[in-house]
Design a protein around this ligand. Structure first.
Ligand code: 5GP
Ligand code: ZN
Length: 110
């Protein structure tokens, strides 16, 4: 855990938040500034800065992020209508919180 990292604090319950999902390694919660009717963030409890910092040892956590996103899409009722999964990578890629997270975005009427 990194002391100056917002998502470390949320994922490790230093800041109270409502989790829609939690297991030993991952939490999911709603984005504070949703870009769509459903906008969740799937976040590892372990501090990893970005996709650029992944090592071979992190492969299991990345596949878990995607599996949890799939499960949350179904739980939110957007699996059939469809959704986007997004990793922003570093400043130029739009990343503003430098703790790895997967965006689950969907729920549009179209
Ligand atoms: P990034 O651009 O780094 O991929 O995405 C960071 C996301 O975190 C943004 O969509 C932003 O709205 C969200 N966010 C920033 N601060 C907070 C917070 O304190 N709580 C929650 N739930 N989401 C946050
Ligand atoms: Zn962190």
């Amino acid at each position: 855990m990194s002391d100056d990292c917002l998502f470390c604090k949320i994922a490790n319950k230093k800041i109270p938040s409502e989790f829609l999902y939690e297991d030993d390694t991952i939490v999911a919660f709603r984005d504070i500034n949703p870009a769509a009717p459903v906008h969740l963030l799937i976040v590892p409890k372990q501090h990893i800065r970005s996709i650029n910092d992944l090592t071979v040892d992190d492969q299991a956590i990345v596949s878990r992020l995607i599996m949890v996103a799939k499960q949350m899409a179904r739980q939110q009722g957007i699996d059939k209508s469809g959704y986007k999964l997004l990793f922003n990578v570093e400043k130029g890629g739009g990343q503003v919180i430098f703790h790895l997270h997967l965006h689950l975005i969907g729920g549009w009427k179209r």
